[in-house]
Design a protein around this ligand. Structure first.
Ligand SMILES: [Zn+2]
Length: 95
């Protein structure tokens, strides 16, 4: 569930986690139990170690630090393996 930031006029900001469909406009302050309004902030959809955050980090990292590949992955089809059995394809130019 995403985190939302609320601000109490007396105590300051605090975070609460709500589902996207049930987020209130105001919540009770944990310190003084007074009303605190929800703040407009950037979306904080994931926690630091969640699967979506790991995927986003890996995707961003692959743009600047691509992994070095030493060979084909195990089980990959070899170049000498026959791709087609159609006899007409034998007339096609070879690379
Ligand atoms: Zn308060």
């Amino acid at each position: 569930m995403p985190l939302y930031q609320f601000r109490c006029d007396h105590c300051g900001s605090f975070d609460r986690s709500y589902s996207m469909t049930a987020v209130p406009e105001a919540a009770d302050c944990p310190a003084c139990a007074g009303p605190a309004r929800r703040q407009i902030t950037a979306p904080r959809l994931g926690h630091g170690n969640s699967a979506p955050m790991r995927l986003l980090d890996a995707t961003a990292r692959s743009a600047s630090e691509p992994a070095v590949v030493q060979g084909t992955r195990p089980g990959a089809r070899r170049a000498t393996q026959k791709v087609t059995t159609n006899p007409l394809h034998r007339k096609l130019p070879r690379p």
